[in-house]
Design a protein around this ligand. Structure first.
Ligand code: HEM
Ligand code: HEM
Length: 185
């Protein structure tokens, strides 16, 4: 059976778009609390709107991935590394959904400020069970949000290290097959 040798253009575009957005959002998330009061609301609106966009893109990406299997990993790769690569990738899919979802759940439990999607319109709050303590629940989802952010950073370090090792040590095509064709040329 001859599978494809590279990721398809949609998978490549979604990979790099979501990677850039997530890296920007991690930086903005950690910094925005310390922004001066005059630009803080703008930063939060951008953070929440971009986060909702990432959630939609990630859902689409997951469906795309399930319908379009990726190219096989190099045959020379040991079994345990293949398993590690697969586990990392699936954990990333969980995190790119859990990260924005926990943020949305946090603001929905708190209901302190509305979420306005890029000044277009209000994003509804996710309904919460009646009788819950909104503040404590928001705090709990805030904790999840923070731990998901740390987990994403950790996974990103592993993922980046692996990509560079494939390219410069193993000298295989694992990195280049995820690059857009115009970069490869
Ligand atoms: C991939 C998407 C997202 C990433 C990577 C991300 C990342 C972060 C990070 C690193 C922080 C600072 C750490 C923390 O206080 O927890 C943060 C804070 C925050 N995020 Fe997100 N976030 C995302 C999506 C969202 C979404 C969709 C919402 C809401 C709709 C949201 C709402 C917030 C709020 C309100 C805070 C401030 C929490 C506080 O001050 O206690 N985030 N985010
Ligand atoms: C937060 C940012 C990132 C996320 C969420 C992410 C996520 C993912 C996921 C889920 C896959 C698996 C694709 C699939 O098989 O469906 C993947 C593959 C890949 N990623 Fe990332 N990635 C990120 C950043 C990066 C960076 C910075 C590099 C830099 C070199 C990179 C290089 C690659 C490569 C080369 C592959 C293909 C691996 C293979 O062929 O099996 N990624 N990434």
């Amino acid at each position: 059976m001859t599978g494809s040798l590279r990721y398809d253009p949609i998978a490549v575009t979604l990979h790099w778009l979501i990677a850039l957005l997530i890296i920007g959002m991690l930086a903005l998330g950690f910094l925005m609390e310390d922004f001066p009061g005059s630009i803080r609301p703008l930063a939060y609106t951008l953070h929440k709107s971009t986060g909702i966009t990432i959630l939609a893109l990630s859902l689409f990406r997951l469906v795309w991935r399930l319908l379009n299997p990726p190219p096989a990993l190099p045959a020379a790769m040991p079994r345990h590394l293949k398993l590690a690569a697969k586990a990392t990738h699936w954990l990333f899919y969980v995190l790119i959904l859990a990260m924005p979802l926990s943020g949305w759940l946090m603001v929905s439990a708190s209901q302190k400020y509305p979420t306005v999607f890029f000044w277009i319109g209000e994003v509804p709050f996710i309904p919460m069970p009646t009788g819950i303590d909104g503040k404590a629940t928001a705090h709990m989802f805030g904790d999840y949000h923070l731990w998901f952010a740390y987990s994403t950073l950790l996974l990103l370090a592993l993922h980046l290290g692996a990509a560079l090792k494939h390219h410069f040590v193993d000298r295989d095509t694992v990195l280049t097959r995820m690059l857009p064709r115009w970069v490869q040329r």
